[in-house]
Design a protein around this ligand. Structure first.
Ligand SMILES: [Zn+2]
Length: 67
């Protein structure tokens, strides 16, 4: 068994700028993100009209390769 070839997955605590925290499996123990499904209008749908107007959804899609 050689070390460093296969990344070891750990439970990663992700912290969003909105304060929401959740856990995923990652190679890093902690991760910080700018938006999550709890605060981004693209997911919440609360402010979708504003988001569409300002092009936030498009930017978001591009950022995550969804467009
Ligand atoms: Zn968030």
């Amino acid at each position: 068994m050689k070390k460093g070839i296969h990344p070891e997955y750990v439970v990663c605590e992700v912290t969003c700028t909105c304060g929401h925290k959740f856990k995923i499996l990652s190679t890093k123990p902690t991760l910080k993100i700018e938006v999550c499904d709890k605060c981004h209008p693209f997911f919440t749908g609360k402010d979708s009209r504003t988001a569409l107007k300002s092009g936030k959804v498009e930017r978001f899609k591009r950022k995550y390769g969804l467009a």
